[in-house]
Design a protein around this ligand. Structure first.
Ligand code: SF4
Length: 112
């Protein structure tokens, strides 16, 4: 018995499969970020960098460089997308930080 698979069917199948791969990647990235445990403000590195989960509560006197518009969500180290409530952080690998958080390493994300 000989199976006949046309070239057209192979190309069509490849196109359909190719269309789903980016969607699967996006879902995987979202689930990975959501699965990261939140950064504990009592973590020694977090304390050393003055991390706080709510940037509106930053002690401006103790952090002279802090400006009210500085938040994790606009930081170059934030790995979440614009509008994400939480995301990973290059400084605190394996942990998530809230978009409204802040630490002394904050640097303006280009375009944010
Ligand atoms: S480095 Fe940026 S994103 Fe990470 S905790 Fe500090 S302010 Fe937030």
């Amino acid at each position: 018995m000989q199976s006949k698979i046309s070239r057209r069917a192979i190309v069509k199948g490849g196109l359909i499969a190719g269309a789903f791969i980016p969607a699967i990647g996006l879902l995987a990235n979202a689930s990975v970020a959501a699965a990261l445990p939140p950064l504990d403000p009592k973590d020694p590195t977090a304390q050393a960098l003055g991390f706080i989960a709510d940037a509106s509560k930053v002690d401006a006197k103790a952090n002279a460089t802090f400006k009210p518009n500085q938040k994790c969500g606009t930081c170059a180290q934030f790995l979440g997308k614009a509008g994400d409530a939480v995301g990973g952080c290059n400084i605190f690998a394996g942990k998530s930080v809230p978009a409204g958080g802040w630490c002394k390493v904050w640097a303006q994300k280009p375009g944010a």
